[in-house]
Design a protein around this ligand. Sequence first.
Ligand code: ADP
Ligand code: GLC
Length: 494
Amino acid sequence: MRISHLSAECSPFAKTGGLGDVVGALPKALARRGHDVDIWIPFHLEAAQWYRRRLQWPIEATPPFDVSILGRPYRVGILKGHLPHNDVPVYFVAHDPLFHRPGGLYAPNDSGMDDGLWRFTIFVRAALEAMRRLGRSPQVLHTHDWHPALATMLGAWSGWRNRWFDDVSSVLTIHNIQYQGAYPGHLFTTLGLPDDVRTGGLLDFRGSLNFLKGGIEAADVITTVSPTFAAEIQTPAGGAGLDAVLRGRNHRLTGILNGIDRQVWNPAADPHISARYSVDEPSGKSECRHELLRTAGFEPGDPGMVLGAIGRLVDQKGFDLLLEAAPELIRRGLRIVMLGSGEPALEGAMRLLESHHHGQFRAFLGYDEALSHRIEAGVDALVMPSRFEPCGLTQMYSLAYGTVPIVRKTGGLADSVIAYDGYNENIATGFHFDDPSPHALAAEILSAQHIFFQRGTWYRLMRNGMSVDNSWEHAAGLYEGVYQRAREVRGLAW
Ligand code: ADP
Ligand code: GLC
């Protein structure tokens, strides 16, 4: 099947979180299963830098062309590269004023304005036009999150582009329901889109434009990244306002747990860590631990339990709970290494804890891919106290690295970690807690600490986690079923 993925992120070119990881990995697994797959992302500054660091540059896929919005031409270039160690093509939509921007993938414009709706409208229009020019018409257009969701809406309105869409079905994957691409309604007229997109009600939501909602209405099949999250987003508590819309599309919605890219996250072959190890040869993990504790400024031979936490510092991740619990945990002999960037208040709290607890709490602020691997390999347990978590990849990386996850029982965390209950050490891989409070988190960490000192049980949990098959193969098979369904519901052959 011919499948085109459209996304704002794709690892390793441009990534702020798990969205980038998934878009950099799922297409490879699909290609291994014989599908003709490509990926479309904006040519962000980060992607240009990725190439420059390697003294390489993607090739020009088509001569530049104009995307016209209300008569104003936007000249775009289409560049073509491929995923590393692999021939899955990656097409980059280049338009420097919109994408070649310092300050991150979602940085505002020079005047500090969030111009995402124009950036991603131009991205989608350019990508679809380029597919047409290149004669690459996908059978399935797989859009990820709100940024490219407009593509499914244009598809649903099949008068667009000479009925090119008549043979294209669409799938929308929701990675994060919190980011919806909501903008004031009056801006619709500035997008130069066919009126039907609006009058059909797709983009409208409670008087605003809402790209995610439009995508949900228009896509032939909607997926999200874990079965539990698929159920949660249909409830008022978990739907971030879109639960009723999702319930209305319930027959088209399914949850598929993400996999992990074993080419990138494998302790037996990871170039970022100081020693390689595996479930059969686990001894290298203690060298990684030693090295990490030294880097963190801790006593390298510390026999106590060392906790790690990695992620975007936003409310979703619940790191404030960990920071609040930290002084008590440190008093009980735990050591904590955190890596993240995001909300200034959380960064400030991390700095403060570090200054009060030198040698016991270490805050790495910023984004550091190599360090994230060293932490996954070097700590004993990884904490994810998320308030909500569609899937979560860091805990799956932990499992692969023999690091025991302690997670809040929500979304994909509940689906990917089997909690130890005192009797199931033959299958358990980690620990769960329910209540999103510092107290409940600390209580669970302390009971995990108790098990940590019962070395036999702890090793069983580590080994169980390392033996879980979280590779993308299984999920890719489920996505195949989704693509077939997306063709069927439109009455198209596959
Ligand atoms: P989310 O997509 O919500 O951010 P996930 O757990 O799915 O959460 O994925 C997070 C990804 O981003 C992981 O690959 C993680 O290692 C990475 N990551 C997050 N913050 C950082 C950071 N500060 N430095 C390096 N990697 C990070
Ligand atoms: C999102 C979610 C995260 C998920 C990732 C990849 O950013 O927050 O839970 O793992 O997307 O699907």
